[in-house]
Design a protein around this ligand. Sequence first.
Ligand SMILES: [Fe+2]
Ligand SMILES: [Fe+2]
Length: 228
Amino acid sequence: MTAPHVDLSVHHRPQAVSDRIAFGFVRVLRFCADTFFAKRYGHRAVVLETVAAVPGMVGATLNHLKCLRRMEDDRGWIKTLMDEAENERMHLMTFIEVSKPTAFERFVVVAVQWVFYLFFFGLYLVSSRTAHRVVGYFEEEAVISYTNYLQEIDEGRSENLPAPALARRYWDLPATATLRDVIEVVRADEAHHRDVNHGFANELAGLPSGPVAACPPHVVLEPIWKSA
Ligand SMILES: [Fe+2]
Ligand SMILES: [Fe+2]
């Protein structure tokens, strides 16, 4: 299968003060992740995807409430952000098949979720522009992390397992697909989130939103009543 193309050179150069705060914050998170996980990319993916799936739902919730208060259209933002949250949750469900978190990592996930959800909710209320910029930078780092994970596999340090069945169904991958193929599509998803969130931050700053990398095709998760 041909891997989706990902432009690895995309980086939003911090301009405004809020960009610098967002960039600095993400650099600190990156340092913590590097220290905690080192090169355990499977475990890193599981824990970080539990965090990555939070901002989309927070952004969707707060935009939904804002549109109700202002009685105005959301211009497609709510569905975009909910799709992002869902997509990130599918990343988590995929990587949980590859690496099982330790008891300590599960504890970290619970603790971090409390702190990060409340922090991000507050940040979004104070400055949605900074919040989207944080996610844009977070996704830049995700693209780098998954590029490193691909290198680990290519250089034989991580095993290239068969792709989990759930991932094959979600991205419609062939039966022969491997973990490497899955990481390629996940990385393309992250590049898409990166551009969407930098675009939202730009729009809130009154700047042109810029190009958005295409999201690799995946099945649409249907409401439960449709499959009943
Ligand atoms: Fe992700
Ligand atoms: Fe992402």
